[in-house]
Design a protein around this ligand. Structure first.
Ligand SMILES: [Zn+2]
Ligand SMILES: [Zn+2]
Length: 341
């Protein structure tokens, strides 16, 4: 796989198929010998501002949790807060898992432009960065998984022993967001999305979708709870607490799912399946399955592997809204099984 015939981005958008995962980057040189180049790296337009905003979005939800604790201390938690949390968490998480990840990064299915834009906007409201840089970084992660060039591997250059493991986990979880030395060059890793007018628009209007993702829980809380206070607690639960939970679930895919869990497939990296995280991550924590078959619309490959995102894609397919859904045959799965070796 790695080292197969390199292709250029003009002829093959980097979609991360398991047959072409090593050909994600268009330049032959970082593929042929697995060495990331300096011009592979996206320069930060304003590094200080970027760090400030990332720091704000990392710390603010914890402050929100503190307010939640204070709120619980003084009065009981209301059911409408949890309803708002569940709705907004569901919508924004699916935007990331079905949209940013399976649809745009790996091209696991095709859909109408309006639905593509809608799902990308839902993912933008998760505040994990604008869609194009998210996709570019994730494609680079697959291209150099757990090797030099991977933007968030817990296994590269963090030292040995317990200290090295903890440093690696911290880097993969959140530390890498503050470093800009391995970010993917967008023109190389996501040129197809830059050229897609729908996605380029959603990318350009990122801040608008972030705002919608905060106004919506306020309005939902007000509508369901029937008071301004319910609107404000809706904002707290559907906004800050939702951001906190979703961020750390996503971060855990990068950290925990490259460290703990089972490896049913030979992937040449440290990706793992972490069953307990599957419900909250909506199927993303079947991460070894995913590295084995990146274009697969389903990450849960057994009937018992909970994967809500795959169920949503199947539902959209039955409704005729998505098509060309990628499925992996049992023969292909068996060929990569660790048990076979
Ligand atoms: Zn991974
Ligand atoms: Zn992926």
């Amino acid at each position: 796989m790695r080292g197969s015939t390199p292709q250029t981005i003009d002829t093959a958008p980097p979609v991360g198929d398991d047959e072409t995962v090593s050909t994600i980057a268009p330049s032959p040189s970082p593929l042929g010998d697995d060495v990331p180049l300096r011009d592979d790296i996206q320069p930060a337009s304003n590094e200080t501002l970027d760090r400030f905003l990332t720091g704000t979005m990392t710390v603010l939800p914890f402050l929100g949790l503190g307010v939640v604790g204070w709120q619980l201390w003084n009065s009981a938690l209301h059911w409408h807060d949890l309803v708002v949390f569940a709705i907004v968490y569901g919508v924004t998480t699916l935007g990331i898992t079905v949209g940013f990840h399976r649809m745009l990064t790996h091209r696991a299915f095709e859909t109408h432009p309006w639905l593509r834009g809608t799902i990308a906007a839902m993912g933008s409201a998760a505040i994990e960065g604008p869609v194009i840089s998210w996709v570019a970084d994730h494609r680079k992660h697959h291209a150099f998984a757990d090797q030099e060039g991977d933007p968030h591997s817990p296994h590269v250059d963090h030292g040995h022993g317990l200290g090295g493991a903890l440093r690696g986990l911290f880097h993969a979880h959140v530390g890498w967001l503050f470093k800009h030395d391995q970010r993917a060059l967008k023109t190389r890793y996501a040129k197809d999305l830059i050229d897609d007018p729908v996605i380029a628009f959603v990318n350009r209007t990122f801040v608008l979708w972030v705002a919608v993702g905060l106004v919506a829980p306020f309005c939902l809380g007000w509508a369901i709870g029937g008071s301004l206070t319910a609107g404000l607690t809706g904002l707290l639960w559907g906004g800050l607490v939702r951001i906190l939970v979703l961020h750390h679930v996503t971060y855990s895919i990068n950290s925990l799912c490259h460290f703990f869990g089972r490896k049913p497939y030979e992937t040449g990296d440290e990706s793992r399946n972490l069953a307990w995280l599957a419900p909250l991550s909506m199927g993303e924590s079947w991460h070894n399955n995913h590295h084995a078959f990146p274009t697969s619309a389903a990450h849960g490959l057994r009937w018992w592997q909970v994967d809500v995102s795959a169920l949503v894609i199947r539902g959209l397919e039955r409704a005729g809204l998505v098509w060309n859904v990628v499925r992996i045959s049992p023969e292909r799965q068996a060929a990569k099984s660790s048990a076979r070796l």
